[in-house]
Write a protein that binds this ligand. Structure first.
Ligand code: SAM
Length: 233
């Protein structure tokens, strides 16, 4: 069943009208018809099932009943910005694998540098990728891509468990530290972290953790961590 996000609070029996983009997507791209059943998630992450209707060129849905919700863990992925294609793939996979938020991180070896104007434009694109990925995998919560941050700004993203993936860590393994479903983890860029950056993160309470003996690409490391978290739930 197709799923769509609504920007408002919804209630059973009410009618919700989609915006122009969604109406075009539903009617012209997906070629859906009157009375087709869809899932719709409101701004409070409550999921409903409804029936489509087409009226004066607009597409709407009549909400029939509310679906059983499920509490998702809170997983914040702080990932150093990497090259465009891999970065956008990483956002999409992070959404599919349950990330609640993605925080782009600027480190000493981050190759990508963005000015204020570019950041706003990029954020719009990144969050569009995130909404589409969450819609496609039927999530009831939308993963949000935050404004880029530097290491000193990461305190506000800390949760019960805070990790930094560090390939030179040879004691602590991921399985030793995942005893919560409120986790924040940090992954470095293509060139890795500088030792001082890892020390700073350790001082801030981010525990260094090894992902095994192989050196993973940054995007792979992110997907690996999210997969392990999801697999242990
Ligand atoms: N230092 C790496 C190298 O020698 O090629 C470059 C960094 S790696 C491509 C990108 C990031 O993925 C690292 O900064 C780290 O956060 C994470 N990572 C990759 N493999 C890892 C491993 N085996 N254990 C922990 N973290 C890893």
């Amino acid at each position: 069943m197709r799923q769509f996000f609504a920007g408002d609070k919804l209630q059973v029996g009410s009618r919700y009208y989609f915006d122009r983009n969604q109406s075009h997507h539903i009617g012209d791209v997906l070629r859906m018809k009157n009375d087709d059943e869809v899932r719709i998630v409101d701004c409070d992450s409550r999921a409903f099932t409804g029936r489509l209707f087409f009226e004066n060129g607009k597409v709407g849905v009549t909400l029939m009943y509310e679906n059983e919700g499920f509490e998702e863990p809170s997983v914040i992925c702080v990932a150093a910005l990497i090259k465009k294609e891999k970065w956008e793939l990483m956002i999409q996979k992070a959404c599919e694998l349950g990330a609640t938020r993605v925080v782009p991180l600027i480190t000493r070896r981050t190759i990508i540098r963005l000015d204020e104007k570019e950041i706003s434009r990029k954020l719009e694109r990144w969050n569009k990728i995130a909404v589409e990925a969450c819609q496609q995998c039927n999530r009831t919560t939308v993963c949000v891509v935050e404004r880029p941050a530097v290491i000193n700004q990461l305190d506000k993203y800390k949760q019960e468990v805070n990790l930094v993936a560090y390939e030179n860590e040879d004691e602590v393994r991921l399985r030793d530290v995942l005893d919560s479903d409120r986790i924040t983890f940090v992954v470095g860029p293509e060139g890795g972290f500088e030792k001082e950056e890892v020390n700073k993160l350790n001082d801030m309470g981010f525990v260094s953790v090894s992902l095994g003996n192989r050196i993973l690409r940054a995007e792979t490391a992110t997907m690996f961590i999210l997969s392990v978290i999801e697999g242990l739930r």
